[in-house]
Write a protein that binds this ligand. Sequence first.
Ligand SMILES: Nc1ncnc2c1ncn2[C@@H]1O[C@H](COP(=O)(O)OP(=O)(O)OP(=O)(O)O)[C@@H](O)[C@H]1O
Ligand SMILES: [Mg+2]
Length: 227
Amino acid sequence: MNNPVIACHGLMRSYTDGAATIEVLRHMDLEVNAGEMVAIVGSSGSGKSTFLHLLGGLDRPTSGRVLINGKNIYDLGEVDKCKLRNESLGFVYQFHHLLPEFSAVENVGMPLLIRGENPTFIRDKAEHLLKQVGLEQRLEHRLGQLSGGERQRVAIARALVAEPLCVLADEPTGNLDPQNAERVLQLFFDLQAARKTSVVMVTHDTNIARRAGRVMRIEGGRLINVS
Ligand SMILES: Nc1ncnc2c1ncn2[C@@H]1O[C@H](COP(=O)(O)OP(=O)(O)OP(=O)(O)O)[C@@H](O)[C@H]1O
Ligand SMILES: [Mg+2]
């Protein structure tokens, strides 16, 4: 049987502040298979972003494991961890981590540049994705010149450019009007159908959550199956 694309077992994360310890995530278990779309919901401060960071290897759990394609990401050294992330995951995070001095097309091509791909291939691929998110008129704009929703869409294009096994997206449609939100969601569905890309997506929008195959709520530091 195939491994889940991404999984966590007994995942815990607490923060210590002086004498007080806050247990944000108490015990999380999740397995996401190829082609699955999982929506994560929960109130503000419940730990959704913390959870997504842990799944992406960007934090360190207090205890528990995160497996990406069967490999425990927190057992790897920094170089192997970055390689696994670059090869397997696409990130759309709340604070986009885009490079303001670079153009939209350069930002989107960055993951492929890191992989050492050919410049023409990178350019074509980045342009194609920017068109798919409706930014064909903004290819050469510097990030600093784009609106919040436009940056959000650049972040989405960048997350998808290297054809990841799994996309981890923190409110990917949060800044978007309904038409652009629909476009992004459709892009996820297309990738799911064409390449069995998995998506783990945090959302506050119940209409969007409802369209994912599975909905989980974070409550009291635990993951609860909603549907
Ligand atoms: N570095 C940190 N040190 C201490 N506490 C932290 C730290 N990072 C996050 N927290 C706490 O962990 C909790 C969960 O934060 P998180 O950002 O995961 O929430 P969230 O569910 O994504 O909320 P939102 O919907 O507002 O984005 C919060 O109460 C926050 O204060
Ligand atoms: Mg958050």
